[in-house]
Design a protein around this ligand. Structure first.
Ligand code: HEC
Length: 161
């Protein structure tokens, strides 16, 4: 029993130390990866994400959000009708291509705001708190949530017009 308690951490350390952890992006799933990357991340976000939107999804905010998206997010999350970038094809986990996805209407803006502000460790999703103001974080969050029903002005910004 005691020997087992000592052996397990030693085996875990040797496994890591001698290079058995599959770290390449196309490697197999790491033990406990899904528990950590999925369940634990969702639980933390559910605990901390704001329950109410900090800004409404007005046309003005969606246009501002589209500009921020074009400047900071396109290379990983893509544009409508454009093939995914080289960077996004080589990442694990892959960044969701927002304009290829079906948008479900019942999502909340709070969890997206949390992710955009704080980022997600070990995934390549950066946190934008050091770069964007709180107003800008809400604008781009509303933009991502409402990407399926953007007003004309925001679609024009997205198309680079
Ligand atoms: C360097 C690449 C990269 C950049 C730049 C980037 N993201 Fe991400 N993003 C990711 C990855 C990778 C994930 C997936 C994380 C995961 O699977 O847990 C992600 C996830 C997300 C999610 C969660 C999506 C979901 O369905 O759970 C949101 C929202 C998001 N990003 C918004 C943004 C916004 C807005 C910007 C720009 C301000 C941005 N990202 C810039 C890589 C990036």
């Amino acid at each position: 029993m005691i020997a087992g308690c000592i052996m397990l951490p030693v085996i875990a350390i040797l496994y890591l130390r001698f290079g058995y952890l599959p770290v390449a992006v196309d490697g197999p799933v790491i033990p406990f990866e899904e528990l950590l990357a999925g369940t634990a991340v969702q639980a933390r976000i559910a605990r901390e994400a704001p329950k109410k939107a900090g800004l409404p999804a007005s046309e003005e905010n969606l246009v501002a959000g589209a500009k921020i998206y074009r400047e900071h997010c396109v290379d990983c999350h893509g544009l409508p009708g454009r093939a995914p970038s080289a960077a996004s094809k080589g990442m694990y986990p892959p960044p969701p291509q927002f304009f290829d996805q079906k948008v479900v209407g019942n999502e909340q803006v709070g969890p997206d705001y949390w992710i955009i502000a704080n980022g997600i460790r070990l995934t390549g999703m950066p946190g934008y708190k050091p770069t964007l103001s709180d107003e800008q974080l809400w604008q781009v969050s509303q933009f991502v949530l409402n990407r399926g029903k953007l007003p004309e002005g925001a679609r024009a910004v997205l198309a680079g017009k």
